[in-house]
Design a protein around this ligand. Structure first.
Ligand code: SF4
Length: 272
């Protein structure tokens, strides 16, 4: 199965990939390609859209259609593709810096518009590629290369933001939970409307180094311990909650997506 996945969706001659040892992005790529295979997607029907950053390099490795955009704008490019070619399966791959720091406004409006895209956000709490600067998801007090004595800002909850903005499907998981990661990606791909899979991910090279988790195994253990179900999270004391995060499916509904509404309006306008 794995061999077959590699042959079908991976470009030959490009491995080894550029991601650091212990990074979660490769695990996400494996889960994504296995999802394509299990859903029997044809390469010509898929468009992988990326922005800038470590996650944004993923389009280099796949044989599907791909568009490598500018920083923070992957969702804007993907929206244009989906609006013009609704039959394509459009997947948008971003890091937290790309998605909700540089491109936060595009993210809110893609979810609000409920455009039929699947966004996968690798959230490692910093701008990994450029040296570990604080991003919009760096928690208050955490150390990064630009907050050496602690981050004075609060972080954005990416999944909660997508839910309230109007996304049809939202799930959060980690690379430690590989089977669930693939299942959520598959459900997101099959869902009509905007779907978000947030993968809380290790960046041992930068975020880990500054926060006493330079060893990739330490980061993976940290994700295993801190990712809890919503029931377990509710049982935590208020002072503990900052250190944990909820994993699982957070939102699943069927509000009509952008293309469906657009088509209804187009038909109405033509018949009036
Ligand atoms: S810098 Fe961080 S996010 Fe980038 S490849 Fe290395 S571990 Fe992954």
């Amino acid at each position: 199965m794995l061999q077959e996945t590699g042959r079908k969706y991976l470009r030959s001659g490009v491995l080894p990939h550029m991601w650091c040892s212990g990074c979660g992005i490769g695990i996400m790529m494996g889960a994504l390609l296995r999802s394509f295979e299990e859903l029997e997607y044809k390469n010509k029907d898929i468009v992988v859209v990326t922005g800038i950053g470590c996650t944004g390099k993923l389009d280099d490795y796949v044989t599907t259609n791909a568009l490598h955009g500018t920083h923070g704008r992957a969702l804007a490019f993907a929206t244009g593709i989906k609006a013009f070619k609704p039959d394509l399966k459009v997947v948008v791959l971003m890091g937290d810096g790309d998605c909700v720091t540089i491109g936060g406004n595009h993210f809110i409006h893609a979810a609000r518009r409920n455009i039929d895209l699947t966004a996968i956000v690798v959230n490692n709490f910093n701008f990994g590629m450029t040296g570990g600067q604080a991003s919009g998801t760096t928690s208050g007090g955490k150390i990064t290369s630009t907050t050496l004595y602690g981050n004075p800002e609060n972080d954005i909850d990416i999944s909660a933001l997508a839910c309230v903005a109007g996304a049809n499907y939202v799930a959060r998981i980690t690379p430690y939970h590989g089977w669930e990661l693939k299942q959520y990606i598959k459900e997101g791909l099959m869902k009509k409307g905007f779907s978000l899979i947030e993968m809380i991910s290790p960046c041992p090279t930068n975020y880990g180094k500054y926060n006493k988790m330079e060893n990739p195994l330490q980061m993976l253990r940290w994700l295993k311990e801190k990712g809890v179900s919503s029931e377990d999270y509710a049982r935590l004391g208020e002072s503990e909650k900052d250190e944990y995060f909820v994993i699982g499916k957070l939102c699943d509904r069927d509000i009509p997506d952008f293309n469906t509404r657009y088509e209804e309006i187009r038909v109405r306008a033509l018949s009036s």
